[in-house]
Design a protein around this ligand. Structure first.
Ligand SMILES: [Zn+2]
Ligand SMILES: [Zn+2]
Length: 238
């Protein structure tokens, strides 16, 4: 049982398209995140490279609704015809096209965010309809053709979610970061609403049998990096 993971760079953010292996009815595609604004052409090109037709997409799921993750959501929803899902804590941000910026939690994170605030008036995020609001309960992705589950992992933002695939990959949005200029090496996010919740959410993710972490910013890396970063030696230490 494997799930294909196709990264598509939509500006600063990597969108992941998940596709089931066609066995046991797992033959749909799910788009995780929606990138920066005005990236519809890049999205369609990436989908074509992956050999996936827009109509094969059964769900567009946002890991969270910061501007760089929901920017092209309305266009992707329209072109695929798939429902758009986000955690209920952030649905209003999507409908208004007005997400907040999270505070920096490291010295560089605070500096970066201070610079970012200067550019905020230049960022225009199209609002999008939300078809499905996720609660705090785990959400099964099998009905969409993906053997995996979306779980609520707040901390970077109140409605952040992560996707845990049965095959051991965790796609965590901004619960981890691995990209210059955010971080030089993979690790915890440099922006977060609630740093303590980030750690609790990591223990939730690592309580699953995950081996590889896929951040929204940067390349995938071994889950053991996060086990060391949060002091988890395997299993849940909540
Ligand atoms: Zn974010
Ligand atoms: Zn982000």
């Amino acid at each position: 049982m494997t799930t294909q993971i196709h990264p598509i760079a939509l500006g600063f953010d990597t969108v992941y398209v998940l596709r089931g292996d066609g066995q046991d009815g797992h033959d749909g595609a799910v788009v995780l995140d929606a990138g920066q604004p005005r990236k519809e052409r890049a999205f369609l090109a990436g989908l074509a490279r992956a050999g996936i037709a827009p109509k094969d997409v059964r769900l567009v799921l946002l890991t969270h609704a910061h501007w760089d993750h929901m920017g092209t959501a309305a266009a992707i929803r329209a072109v695929t015809g798939a429902p758009l899902a986000v955690h209920e804590a952030e649905a209003a941000w999507v409908r208004a096209g007005d997400p907040p910026l999270p505070p920096g939690v490291t010295r560089w994170g605070r500096t970066f965010m201070a610079i970012h605030h200067l550019f905020e008036p230049l960022i225009h995020v199209p609002p999008a309809e939300v078809d499905l609001e996720l609660s705090d309960a785990p959400y099964d992705l099998r009905p969409y053709g993906i053997p995996g589950t979306a779980i609520h992992t707040p901390g970077h933002s109140p409605g952040s979610i992560s996707v845990i695939l049965d095959s051991g990959e965790a796609l965590v949005g901004d619960l981890a970061m691995n990209r210059i200029p955010l971080r030089l090496t993979p690790g915890l996010p440099i922006f977060a609403d609630d740093p303590d919740a980030v750690l609790r959410s990591w223990h939730s993710v690592l309580a699953h049998a995950v081996h590889t972490i896929y951040p929204a910013h940067g390349k995938p890396f071994p889950a053991d990096v996060m086990r060391r970063a949060v002091g988890d030696r395997g299993g849940c230490s909540r």
